[in-house]
Design a protein around this ligand. Structure first.
Ligand SMILES: Cc1cc2nc3c(=O)[nH]c(=O)nc-3n(C[C@H](O)[C@H](O)[C@H](O)COP(=O)(O)OP(=O)(O)OC[C@H]3O[C@@H](n4cnc5c(N)ncnc54)[C@H](O)[C@@H]3O)c2cc1C
Length: 397
């Protein structure tokens, strides 16, 4: 049924929440959209890698004033033998992945400008105050649709005592640094060095970059800060000042099972990180957040909102599948030479291909039968292949 005079509350006003408001602002029958955001848009709010792989999803002109700083051509994967090496040891392989619609942004500016433009279009904003679990329940009662865009762990999970849906965590550190980045301005670098995770240096201009490191596995260093500084020295990006470094513990999950993560009966729908859809392998989540919100908005407008959880799952399935397998190549093998060969086989594909087009990736890998054979000659990888094609994701257990 199409909405008739429906009111929408959006909890969380970062990329997912803003995209939900944008997707609904002109929808027939929506009389009110109110965004509840705990922070203010004029202060520093977010800090992540700030790479948006498909900037066309954000309906703003791609100018520096709107936060779109570096119009990248792609990203370069650099695979090394491990961490125990000198600064000038060459990588085992490099692989350039294309990303025509990609930008490295100033996300604070992007979100501030997007919110400003939505406010001009009539979206109401309540900022600077966190929605409590009690208030959440009142909002759920009062509004026809509630979009939970509060990130991880979501307010819905907190308010319904369901945080045990989250099955672990990963750690990431990042900072913005000054340096010389002209050499790889158009191809920001991602460094794989034999642990489950990676470090990155994403220039925003010739003189500044967002740099970071993350560990997705259980074996993490004891001292994150030292590990970050050592990665900076090895990989030739500036060592950040400790006071500028943000440390994130990112809950892993929630379950990807649509029946467990959404509450259509209450009119509550999770989008973006709240729905746990950021990529499980490389951590990208901005575009996924925006897509999920556009999909939800489209489902509301079409009067088919109860189908949203299933449609989201279907839309994300190739990405879940590929992430499960790509992560397996790292976790099950821990063989930098093999990973280097895999990375090389992906040369010239786009970020979109290597993130959500399993067939394109497989076609590249089987061109080298030795690499393909070594990859699957492992019981862990075989189990992952079966799991992937029976939708038995690690976090659904
Ligand atoms: C270190 C790091 C680097 C990353 N790098 C990249 C990258 O380069 N590219 C990429 O695509 N992804 C990256 N990601 C992932 C990306 O940041 C997330 O996937 C993305 O931010 C998800 O957006 P979201 O809007 O769903 O949630 P969030 O960005 O988490 O936003 C949630 C919003 O809800 C608000 N909120 C929360 N609780 C409440 C409450 N109770 N009341 C009111 N408001 C509330 C918060 O203030 C926040 O504004 C990175 C993540 C990390 C940690």
């Amino acid at each position: 049924m199409k909405p008739n005079e429906a009111r929408v509350a959006v909890l969380g006003g970062a990329v997912a929440g803003l995209a939900a408001a944008h997707g609904l602002v002109d929808a027939e029958g929506i009389t009110e959209i109110r965004v509840f955001e705990r922070q203010e848009y004029d202060t520093k709010r977010v800090d992540c890698g700030e790479a948006i792989n498909d900037a066309t999803l954000v309906p703003l002109e791609k100018t520096a004033e709107n936060g779109f700083l570096n119009d990248v051509e792609g990203f370069q994967l650099r695979v090394y033998s491990g961490r125990d090496r000198e600064f000038d040891d060459p990588p085992l392989e490099t692989s350039d992945l294309r990303c025509d619609p990609g930008y490295v942004c100033d996300r604070n500016t992007v979100e501030r400008q997007w919110a400003r433009s939505l406010a001009e279009d009539g979206v109401a904003f309540e900022t600077g105050r966190s929605v409590s679990p009690d208030e959440y329940r009142r909002i759920v009662e009062a509004y026809d649709y509630v979009v939970d865009a509060t990130g991880q762990p979501s307010l819905t999970h907190k308010a319904t005592d369901a945080v045990d849906e989250y099955t672990g965590d990963m750690v990431a550190l990042n900072a913005t640094v000054d340096g010389e980045f002209g050499e790889y301005l158009r191809y920001p670098r991602i460094f794989f060095e034999g642990y489950v995770g990676y470090s990155w240096s994403f220039p925003k201009s010739e003189r500044t970059a967002n740099v970071g490191i993350g560990w997705a596995g259980d074996r993490r260093p004891d001292d994150y800060m030292n590990a970050f500084e050592a990665a900076a020295r090895r990989n030739g990006f500036p060592v950040p000042d400790r006071s500028d470094v943000n440390v994130y513990t990112i809950p892993r999950g929630p379950s990807l099972d649509p029946r467990r993560t959404h509450r259509p009966a209450d009119g509550v729908f999770l989008v973006g990180d709240a729905a746990g859809i950021a990529n499980r392998y490389q951590g990208e989540g901005i575009c996924q957040a925006i897509w999920s919100s556009y999909l939800l908005a489209e489902s509301i407008e079409a009067g088919r909102v109860s189908e949203y959880p299933e449609r989201l799952f279907e839309a994300m399935r190739p990405e879940y599948r590929l992430a499960h397998l790509m992560r397996g190549a790292w976790v099950e093998h821990e063989d930098p030479e093999l990973l280097a060969a895999v990375a090389k086989s992906l040369e010239g594909l786009s970020i979109d291909d290597v993130t959500r087009r399993p067939r394109r990736v497989f076609r590249r890998i089987v061109r080298n039968p030795t690499v393909a054979g070594r990859l699957v000659a492992d019981s862990g990888m075989l189990r992952r292949i079966v799991d992937s094609y029976t939708d038995t994701w690690e976090y659904a257990r």
